[in-house]
Ligand binder design. Sequence first.
Ligand code: GRF
Length: 189
Amino acid sequence: MRIVVLVSGTGSNLQAVIDAVSSGTLDVDIAAVGADRPGTYGVQRASEAGVGTFVVDFKAYPDRSEWNAALTAAVSAYRPDYVVSSGFMRIVGQSFLDAFPNRYLNTHPALLPSFPGAHGVRDALAYGVKITGCTVMIADAGVDTGPILAQAAVPVLPEDTEEALHERIKIEERRLLIETLRQLADGDA
Ligand code: GRF
């Protein structure tokens, strides 16, 4: 199973996937890692692991639809079975989704449908929920609205900050993402 992973930031979830592949616990081929801006640590991690990288810089395109077309072409060139958004902080357009129908996976640091959007951890903390968690789903045209494949719960502690809670959620998020990829690779999802 070939995957392309898209990142915008530090790529610690990507690193967990890279580590699982190199230790032999996950049998997938990471065909490439792509980013929406130059200079991400996620792309650096991929380069250090010998994985091919590409950048489709959002700011280098006159509008969202041209960026979306360029992203679709860049990802398609690697002929992935699945595309994984791993902290990729851009909404992709319909033509991208059409190129990878039911094959664009996303992870989210909250128990959807609660707390969608870019601040799922902050919003859960502000609301005062006692349990939050993470979700792996198939991305669709909405914001964190696609079919849910897997979820894990994480308790909120009284002294939690957004950063501390997010780090504990990401431990579960990595486990869940790797497990989901394993199931997809085995045809068990
Ligand atoms: C993850 O919690 C992801 O769900 C969210 O951003 C985080 C990415 O972290 N959208 P990293 O870049 O993998 O460290």
